[in-house]
Design a protein around this ligand. Structure first.
Ligand code: FES
Length: 348
């Protein structure tokens, strides 16, 4: 056949000169294009932590110290708003959240305050007993789970160390020339940090030793028309939530330092896949608590579903996710998530 390409001496077909020239041209063009096109680097996860220097440790009240943190090279820090907190990674590996309680206009340092919790899990004791000026700490960028909204009228309710997120809110309300009041509660005056930074004419101090344990309806007596911001121990928050509706308060915003009690849980099981151990989770305990009994070193922090520290792979089972931050299908937050049915198999 005339247009059949003859084989070469080794029996292979001779290459068509047209296609040889066309493919050389194509390869050349591709090479030139690749030289012109920008090289797109692989996407790397963004590390939003930074190492900071403890510039100052100050005793603020009985069992409360504040830490002032700055960049080792003194450079400006990311901005923050009232209500923001930092995730702090302690030298032991413990991770804890602390509200920023300094001045948001100060871009060279952050301030947090920590009360020593005698029956806590060691984070506050580590800070009190081991952190000194000049020490290094790894912290996250500020995050806000307790946003401060611009309103004409505020009622702030703070219980003890719960004053830390409230303090910059009070200062912001003052700058806004809003109508605001703060009721500051605690065991006794010497346990209340930052009293000297608050304008006495707008602050009512109610301590247990002078006034008895406060009634939450009394705390809300002046709530009508106000945005109410509350931070303190769990019973205080629960009491304020229960008493809020009839007060005429405009909105209620609160931040917990401890998880809410589980009131509507059902028992289920978790299987720890790496060991095959199965553990029963009672109705009134979280999966995280039960896991910690078996694996005391498991990482956790807020125990309320917002920090993500406890996230663990979910290998089998249907999860009842109880926090908007717990949406990934192949993992869950055992501090808040439960099982819809009998068992969850976790990558632990
Ligand atoms: S400990 Fe913070 S999300 Fe579970």
């Amino acid at each position: 056949m005339r247009d059949q390409i003859p084989p070469d001496l080794r029996g292979r077909r001779a290459r068509d000169p047209f296609w040889v020239a066309a493919s050389a041209l194509f390869n050349g063009v591709q090479r030139i294009r690749s030289l012109r096109e920008p090289v797109i680097p692989a996407v790397k996860p963004v590390d939003r932590t930074r190492v900071m220097l403890v510039q100052e440790v100050r005793r603020e009240a009985a069992d409360v110290v504040s830490l002032r943190l700055g960049a080792p090279d003194g450079r400006m820090l990311p901005a923050w708003q009232p209500g923001c907190h930092l995730d702090v990674l302690l030298p032991s590996g413990r991770r804890r959240q602390y509200s920023l309680c300094g001045d948001p206009a100060d871009r060279r340092s952050y301030r947090v305050a920590v009360r020593r919790l005698p029956d806590g899990s060691g984070g506050s004791a580590e800070i009190h007993d081991t952190l000194v000026e000049g020490a290094s700490l790894t912290v996250s960028e500020p995050r806000n789970a307790f946003p401060f909204l611009v309103r004409d009228r505020y009622l702030f309710l703070a219980g003890g160390i719960g004053v830390t997120p409230i303090l910059p809110m009070v200062q912001a309300a003052h700058r806004l020339r809003a109508d605001w009041r703060l009721i500051y509660t605690g065991r006794s005056r010497d346990t209340l940090p930052f009293l000297d930074e608050l304008p006495a004419e707008r602050v009512t101090v109610r301590t247990d030793d002078e006034h008895g344990v406060p009634d939450c309806a009394d705390l809300l007596a002046d709530a009508a028309g106000a945005a109410v911001y509350c931070c303190g121990p769990a019973p205080m928050i629960d009491g304020v939530r229960a008493a809020f509706a009839p007060t005429g308060g405009a909105t209620l915003h609160f931040e917990r330092f401890a998880p809410a009690p589980i009131t509507d849980g059902r028992p289920f099981e978790i299987e720890l896949a790496r060991t095959g151990v199965t553990l029963p989770v009672p109705a009134d305990r979280s999966a995280l608590e039960v896991i910690r009994d078996a694996l005391p070193d498991v990482a956790y922090s807020c125990r309320q579903g917002f920090c993500g520290t406890c996230r663990v792979g979910l290998l089998a089972g249907d999860a009842d996710r109880r926090h908007p931050g717990d949406a990934a299908p192949d993992s869950l937050l055992p501090c808040v998530s439960r099982a819809t049915g009998g068992r969850l198999t976790l990558d632990l």
